[in-house]
Design a protein around this ligand. Structure first.
Ligand code: FES
Length: 118
């Protein structure tokens, strides 16, 4: 599973089209979401099975509909997916869903979500 948006760059997404919309329609839910990034996709980690040696793209903006992985929704934002190769034996992992984990922990949950006053 990966971020195909970075491969062809041609996926039309509502987020990336905001500048093409008439000024009156520029304030959309997606625009509002972009101003509050990263979006809290979930206030807890995602338990996923990862395969040893496989590369994944973790969503860092929180807008992906394929959480916790990138679906290209970050286009037009300052966020980019975090690529990582799983170097442990195939099995369950906990990827951050709150998108507020520490930089050195990404893409994994480091417990930060427990300390945020939601
Ligand atoms: S879900 Fe983000 S730190 Fe746990």
């Amino acid at each position: 599973m990966g971020c195909n948006a970075s491969k062809d760059g041609s996926q039309p997404k509502a987020i990336g089209k905001a500048a093409e919309q008439p000024a009156a329609a520029a304030t959309t839910a997606a625009d509002a979401d972009k101003k509050k990034l990263p979006h809290v996709a979930q206030k807890a980690p995602y338990k996923v099975e990862l395969k040893e040696g496989e590369t994944y793209y973790w969503c860092s903006c929180g807008l992906s509909k394929s959480q916790p992985f990138c679906d290209g929704s970050h286009k037009g934002t300052e966020f980019n997916p975090q690529a990582f190769t799983y170097d442990k034996p195939t099995g369950d992992a906990y990827l951050c869903g709150c998108k507020n984990n520490k930089a050195e922990s990404k893409p994994y949950c480091d417990g930060t979500h427990k300390n945020i006053d939601w």
